[in-house]
Design a binder for this molecule. Structure first.
Ligand code: SF4
Length: 211
């Protein structure tokens, strides 16, 4: 795909949704960090259901740490992989208290050093909480980027690097939200909804559907 087309796609996605937001509920960098950590292999809806009950009770590293692993599990047991997520969350809270004064560090290496926090989670936090032009590639972005030929790559890291290279600066802050939402609701995994896709004429997928 050439860059002229890419910009047309981005302009269209921006026009359709000028101020895209994550679908996770959060009101502080810490709440976002924990929500993203909990969202691995789980839906945002399921995470929101849990955090809507958890955060009014505990939404700081100290308060969640004080719940302990078993106490935290009571709030997140409806989310997949909750056992390991509870352990990682408590360890992360401990590290935030010990090393970062209870704050979420605005620093990639420090974020990735937290238990349960990988490159994707760090990218989401840096982008969404701190406004960095990072691009967190998840399964939706990986699929949309490859299928449409917007930014092709064999791994999520390849796609991230490709996107960082081809997406002009003015779109970098929001592109990850646009592509996630596009993948979640239109360019869905099993059968993309090409017939109702706002970038159908620009997308280079060969087997478009009529729906
Ligand atoms: S036209 Fe189809 S394949 Fe291309 S981005 Fe839209 S939904 Fe996805």
């Amino acid at each position: 795909m050439n860059n002229v087309k890419r910009v047309q796609i981005l302009e269209r996605l921006r026009e359709n949704n000028p101020n895209p937001q994550t679908e996770l509920n959060w009101s502080s960098p810490f709440e976002l960090l924990i929500a993203v950590l909990l969202s691995a292999q789980a839906t945002d809806v399921s995470v929101n259901k849990a955090t809507d009950k958890l955060y009014p009770v505990a939404n700081t590293p100290q308060a969640i740490y004080d719940l302990g692993v078993e106490g935290l599990k009571e709030y997140i047991k409806t989310i997949g992989l909750f056992n390991s997520k509870a352990e990682n969350t408590i360890k992360t809270c401990r590290m935030l208290l010990d090393l970062h004064n209870g704050e979420v560090p605005e620093d990639r290496a420090a974020l990735e050093a937290l238990p349960g926090v990988g490159r994707k989670t760090a990218n989401v936090v840096l982008n969404t909480a701190f406004g960095w032009p990072t691009i967190a590639v998840d399964t939706h972005i990986y699929r949309v980027s490859n299928r449409s030929k917007f930014a092709m790559g064999k791994t999520v890291d390849d796609v991230e690097q490709k996107l960082l290279k081809v997406v002009p600066k003015e779109f970098k802050l929001d592109v990850h939200h646009w592509l996630i939402l596009h993948g979640r609701y239109t360019c869905v995994a099993r059968k993309p909804r090409c017939g109702s896709c706002i970038i159908e004429d620009l997308c280079e997928f060969k087997e478009k559907t009529e729906v």
